[in-house]
Write a protein that binds this ligand. Sequence first.
Ligand SMILES: Cc1cc2nc3c(=O)[nH]c(=O)nc-3n(C[C@H](O)[C@H](O)[C@H](O)COP(=O)(O)OP(=O)(O)OC[C@H]3O[C@@H](n4cnc5c(N)ncnc54)[C@H](O)[C@@H]3O)c2cc1C
Length: 477
Amino acid sequence: MRNAIVVGGGLAGITAALALQDSGEWNVTLFEARKHLGGRVSSIKDPKTGLELDNCQHSCFRVFEHFLQLIARCNAQKAIRFQQKTSISFTNPNNGITGKLYDSNLKPPNHMVKSILKFPHLKFKDKLAMRKVVKKLSKMTEEERLQLDNVPFKEWLIENGQTNLSIDVFWGFFVLAALNISVEKASTAQAAFLFRRGLFGNNDAFDVAGFTHHLSHIFENEITNTLEDSGIEIHKSTKINSLKWNENKCIGVNTSSEEYDADIVILATPHHITNKLLMAGPSSTKIICEKLEKMEYNSLIGIHGLYSKKIVEEDFHFTALVHEPIIQIVFNRNFELDDEINSNIKQWLSVPVSYADTFLNNTNEELEEEYKKVIGKVWPEHSKFLEKIMIIKTPKATFSTKIGSTEYRPEANEIIPGLRLCGDYINTNWPSTMEGSVTSGLMAAANVLELNNWNSDEVWVDWPKPPRRGDKAWGKF
Ligand SMILES: Cc1cc2nc3c(=O)[nH]c(=O)nc-3n(C[C@H](O)[C@H](O)[C@H](O)COP(=O)(O)OP(=O)(O)OC[C@H]3O[C@@H](n4cnc5c(N)ncnc54)[C@H](O)[C@@H]3O)c2cc1C
């Protein structure tokens, strides 16, 4: 048995640690600077209601196969429920018109066509033009996709005949929600990945998941228990201050008071911290540092509305809001309410403000006003029962998928002796998502285990398979 140290207890670090420990070849020690595992999937407790409120809604889809494998490996399937048919509702708050995008039995990428044709927020000429881009995206080779990294997605859409309306309501909406960046700034390579793998990928790829508990609950319970049961030694509240080097080889880590040696160190910290830790290392780390220095972050703001009375229908899960530039989706979080704790809160709504960089300086009062205005258009009665609004700003939420960003993302196989890197920012093709993080953790583990034939598009064979529609171990809605 050899010793591995994993630095960072976010999804990437947890995954790498568990995959290595599961191999039976490595003894893993995991260091996390904060009190809890989970990293950017975090929550705070509201002292007044006892509710755990997450930093922002974490959306999950059936296409997040590695993330779902991790959930299944940790026996946390009960925390996630899936749509049994993709259905994404869009409401125009100004006239109340609602439409849905849903899949049919047609083969991808045509499985969404029927719903697009009936979609009330687009005109026939918008839909006709969209067919061209859907076809082009599905025919694109990987090489062609990557060549579009320096092209802003909006420019590419216009070149390919897309109308302003379809860019606003359709393409721009998905880019903002999933890439956390505007359609003007987004890399076409990254946006093309999103649509090819997601909405126009497998028929079930975009089935939306809903949670039955806030996600941090899973980290504190099922995930922590699984890591401990597997034999991983976890040091929480333990910050790694520097890496230990023997010339060009990383041989361990240092906290403020102790040194720990290892045969391999896996650095699963966010890219700006990885950069800081590597900068103090030998000159061989400089090539990676130069890339990391060019990476940027985009922000997210989570707004939670807590009410004394139910204001949405029982079976309402979420809706996108068309033509709303700031508040673009509303989620009903009542499925996560714990009756015993939150007896006086009968309605929990949450909205993510995506690509929130320009709103970070807005006061909470200004953001509250915007929330009340937009929610009031859809549910005019809501303000009568509004108890509290909580706002959580995360400036460094996701790495930026702006034009040209792919070339700055280090490859998983960029090897520094004794050291491997993982984290959502590694070039997994995925944008900054839970799936990207878990995939990067598996890539690092595969690298250490010398599983040279493992392809990161494949499932991790040692772990339970990801859920398909109708899988009884997972809840549905
Ligand atoms: C508000 C918000 C909303 C999001 N919404 C979604 C969504 O809807 N869907 C989705 O898929 N993704 C979403 N994401 C992105 C997703 O959460 C991240 O991509 C993912 O969690 C990153 O995981 P990671 O392990 O790569 O990094 P992190 O989660 O950042 O983990 C790194 C860990 O390293 C620890 N650390 C740092 N320095 C040290 C040190 N010196 N020593 C020890 N430990 C250290 C940190 O404390 C942290 O726990 C969202 C992110 C945010 C912030």
